[in-house]
Design a protein around this ligand. Structure first.
Ligand code: SAM
Ligand code: SF4
Length: 335
């Protein structure tokens, strides 16, 4: 039996988030600038390398894989990778294979994802207003995403909507979004905007809508019951008693839940980030590429990296400036 991955703070690492591309068909204003320079193809892990990398993590005890990006469904041949991961679900080593997507390509991929063993998807959507949707995503079109959501539900995928809480942008849609999710039987999670990457002229502090404030607004119309559910991440959940809906809050800024963190993040170039909010990373591509016939050096590099997982991040808006800012974009590490 291989020893599981345990970090210096006795946290077992069972969850890997994998960014399979830094590219995207949207340009959300809080995530990317309009003119992004993307990585040259040779820098990216190939689909076979992604398979080897993820399979090694699974062999070391990772039980949950979340595929993200950039937009994971714009990566050419991505279903080959999903289909390759099915064997780990079938063996029982992997408990969940899932993805976070902007939904634009779901109409095309929903059935294939279900067939590969995916049962849940997170779909990012910040507004139900077509004009505002086009503004916030710059290149996205709402009807296409709605068609993607329809296809996902038809295919049998459980959908969770992820909404970035943006001051002055979707504050007025709080109840509309909640009711819309209820009507379609979808969970809903709000995310605080994080200081990731240079995004041009947008001002983070202007965008920041504290989730404690959002929660207080919600409590004006609903009775909120805290749920004990924990996923090892920064999300906390409540139940709206009137509708029995589950609402999540991802609050990396106003609260810090690093002590129970069970996850690490792999970029599309094979860098392993032990914490979303720290610059420390380990290159796993070299031990993978330099040793085509043995996974032992890669395993060793993974263990060495996990031994360096920091206690937590340093994001902080509390001093009215953005501290702990990360130079890399969310699409690089995978949100
Ligand atoms: N393209 C896919 C999508 O949009 O779902 C997957 C990648 S995206 C980087 C993952 C999540 O990160 C999305 O829910 C997005 O809203 C969120 N995100 C991007 N930039 C963010 C930021 N600066 N702060 C908080 N969340 C952010
Ligand atoms: Fe693309 Fe997702 Fe970033 Fe929007 S949040 S630009 S959809 S990667």
């Amino acid at each position: 039996m291989t020893a599981p991955l345990i970090d210096p703070f006795q946290r077992a690492i069972s969850y890997l988030r994998v960014s399979v591309t830094d590219r995207c068909d949207f340009r959300c204003v809080y995530c990317m600038s309009e003119n992004m320079t993307f990585l040259p193809k040779k820098e990216l892990l190939t689909l076979e390398e992604l398979d080897r990398m993820c399979s090694t993590f699974v062999a070391l005890g990772v039980e949950k894989l979340r595929i993200t990006g950039g937009e994971p469904l714009v990566r050419k041949g991505i279903m080959t990778f999903f289909n390759a991961m099915t064997r780990h679900l079938e063996s029982g080593d992997l408990k969940e294979l899932t993805l976070t997507t902007n939904g634009s390509q779901l109409e095309r991929f929903a059935d294939d994802l279900y067939a590969a063993g995916v049962r849940r998807v997170n779909i990012s959507l910040d507004t139900l207003d077509e004009k505002k949707f086009a503004d916030i995503t710059r290149w996205g079109r709402l009807p296409q995403v709605i068609k993607g959501i329809d296809a996902a539900q038809r295919a049998g995928l459980r959908v969770k909507i992820n909404t970035v809480a943006l001051k002055g942008f979707n504050e007025d849609e709080l109840f509309t979004l909640v009711e819309w999710c209820k009507s379609r039987d979808m969970d809903l999670t709000f995310i605080e905007v994080m200081p990731m990457g240079d995004i041009g002229n947008e001002d983070r502090l202007d965008q920041y809508w504290k989730l404690t404030d959002l929660r207080a607004r919600l409590a004006e119309n609903y009775t909120l019951e805290d749920l004990p559910e924990r996923t090892g991440g920064p999300a906390r959940y409540v139940k709206l008693e009137e509708t029995e809906q589950k609402i999540g809050f991802i609050t990396p800024l106003s609260h810090n839940f690093c002590e129970s963190c069970n996850r690490v993040r792999l970029t599309c170039t094979g860098e392993l980030y032990m914490c979303l909010g720290q610059e420390d990373m380990a290159d796993l591509r070299a031990p993978l590429r330099n040793n085509p016939n043995s996974d032992a050096p890669l395993e060793e590099a993974i263990r060495a990296a996990i031994a360096l997982k920091p206690k937590g991040h340093d994001f902080d808006y509390s001093r009215q400036s953005v501290d702990g800012r990360m130079s890399r974009h969310m699409s690089h590490t995978g949100g």
